[in-house]
Ligand binder design. Sequence first.
Ligand SMILES: [Zn+2]
Length: 103
Amino acid sequence: MKCPECKAELKEVRVKVHGAKQQVTSHQCPRCEYFAFEPESATQVLQELRETPLRIEQRIIKLSGERLGLYLSKHIVQSLGLKKGESVYLSVPDKRHILIELG
Ligand SMILES: [Zn+2]
């Protein structure tokens, strides 16, 4: 692949993006300042970041009376090693966040 500016041979460079396992492929010109990201690899990394388990939607369920429960997906249970009956500690820093600290 040649540089569209100066026609030198472009160097392929893999760029690590924070939070993503995949890397973005970029093509950089060793002679001038030109560089371009390969659109396909950039799209894959963006997709991966979107699917990253850092933010997972879970439903609140009704237990009994005014008590509500929170589902935790199998993925969370397994990766954190949670067990039934275990204590966790809730902090409510504001009206939009609940922080769950494992005991
Ligand atoms: Zn160039």
